[in-house]
Design a protein around this ligand. Structure first.
Ligand code: FES
Length: 465
């Protein structure tokens, strides 16, 4: 089912790329990151072309819960311990700036996008201590944060950490205005990106190509494996949302930090209840939507479900996005990915860092986001775990006697190859979404085998139906 954002906004259809072009910058991906970056670059005088495999905002942007917040779960206490106070401050400052920048652009362009200032809160029903530590860390970094023991949620909590001055909005209403007049080509999947010398890059999309001085990968998960090796440095998580009528009207946004904690966020008369996060490819049992429905019925008997949908997030080894130069070996290429659950502020931060870098400006606060940063010990462990998961699933595929399996949708069965076309891991069925998912790096395919999400670049062969 579609998210509530798509019910209210439709984008004017743009043509696909039919002729060769030359430009200053080509951006791959017309989601929130691509559009914001194109907006910043246009203001700086760059000719920018955006190539989108699907429709504008047809990827992960349409599935967001659109909380504009610097509160990224429990992060600041850990950032100070792992990377030191200065770098942690840079992370906080950039994300706090992102909130103000949304407000500034919306006011300047008078965009009617339901922008509401509100607090963002972390809550726990089990313990106070992590929230108190995080409150102290956030205050040290200049964030307006306070620990409380009460809030408007309809159940008892042990503690709440409130960040003031945060916001929420309708992401597609905002992006529709911003995308006006941009050179965007839809249904134009990029097949190949080549570096042919300094300032000379060649992007092949369908039967046409774009020659560009710089290339920005804003396509959620970069599909180029080498250089960059992003497939070894990220995995993906899927989470679920239901939109409820006749539930509580909450003023503020909430995220539970306990295992199986929920997310709550008001949008007009609807309350968005989210949760059920899992590594993509690890939901063979299903039941995620049902879990949310059970919780909704327990908290607000008589509430009605208006919509349900799911979203996918790229998770990095140290939970900090990769924003900056793509790789030392790929001069002129840039990337913005690995936003975790925090796509709104991370997209704005990306637009600023990337547009400044392309202009040749030094960005002091950018170092903490650099894809080439030195990773911490915890990230090394994560790298090993990630590699283990990939190796295990690759072995499963190699050892499996079954090359094809059946998935069912609307009573019909479809048999497809269960070998992921990205790097060959074994796909698994997600009964909640009726999709085939790859546990290694998160590619997804519909029941008929058509590609939904990368890094894979093609679908899985249908054997019969
Ligand atoms: Fe990489 Fe499937 S997404 S092997």
């Amino acid at each position: 089912m579609e998210s509530i954002w798509l019910k209210e906004v439709s984008f004017q259809k743009r043509s696909s790329l039919h002729k060769d072009l030359k430009t200053d910058v080509v951006i791959i991906g017309a989601g929130i990151t691509g559009i914001l970056t194109a907006y910043f670059l246009k203001k700086k005088g760059f000719r920018t072309v955006v190539l989108e495999a699907d429709r504008i905002c047809g990827g992960q942007t349409k599935g967001t819960t659109a909380k504009i917040t610097s509160q990224h779960n429990l992060i600041y206490d850990r950032l100070i311990r792992v990377y030191g106070e200065e770098k942690a401050r840079h992370y906080a400052e950039m994300n706090e700036w992102a909130i103000r920048e949304y407000e500034r652009i919306i006011a300047e362009k008078r965009i009617a996008c339901d922008f509401v200032k509100c607090s963002a809160n972390l809550y726990s029903c089990m313990e106070e201590e992590p929230l108190q530590r995080e409150a102290e860390a956030a205050r040290r970094l200049g964030i307006s944060a306070q620990f409380k023991t009460e809030c408007e949620l309809p159940f008892a909590v042990k503690g709440v950490l409130e960040f003031r001055g945060q916001a929420r909005f309708h992401p597609l209403k905002f992006l529709k205005e911003l995308a006006e007049g941009m050179e965007i080509y839809e249904e134009t999947p990029v097949l190949k990106v080549e570096h042919c010398g300094a300032g000379n890059n060649f992007v092949t999309a369908g039967n046409a190509s774009v020659s560009a001085g710089k290339v920005i990968f804003a396509c959620h998960f970069p599909f180029v494996n080498i250089p960059g090796y992003y497939f070894a440095r990220m995995y993906q998580e899927r989470s679920y949302v239901i939109a409820l009528e006749h539930a509580a009207k909450l003023q503020e946004c909430y995220l539970g930090i306990d295992q199986n904690g929920y997310s709550f966020r008001q949008e007009g008369d609807l309350l968005l209840l989210g949760g059920g996060s899992h590594r993509t490819g690890d939901n063979r049992q299903g039941g995620k939507y049902q879990m949310l429905r059970n919780e909704a019925a327990r908290l607000w008997p008589g509430c009605r479900e208006e919509a349900y949908w799911s979203a996918q997030d790229c998770m990095t080894l140290d939970q900090i996005p990769y924003i900056g130069a793509f790789d030392k070996k790929a001069q002129d290429w840039y990337v913005a990915t690995g936003f975790g659950k925090w796509g709104m502020t991370s997209a704005m931060v990306s637009a600023r860092i990337l547009s400044d870098l392309l202009e040749g400006k030094e960005v002091t606060q950018a170092e903490i986001f650099s894809p080439q940063r030195r990773i911490c010990m915890a990230a090394v462990k994560e790298l090993v775990v990630n590699g283990g998961v990939a190796a295990g699933n690759l072995a499963k595929q190699l050892l499996s006697p079954k090359r094809t399996e059946e998935g069912t949708e609307e009573g019909k069965s479809f048999e497809v190859s269960v070998k992921c076309p990205h790097l060959g891991c074994k796909l698994s069925w997600n009964p909640d979404e009726h999709t085939w998912e790859c546990p290694c790096h998160g590619s997804r395919f519909d029941s008929r085998g058509r590609l939904l999400d990368g890094p894979a670049q093609r679908g899985i062969r249908k054997e019969k139906n």
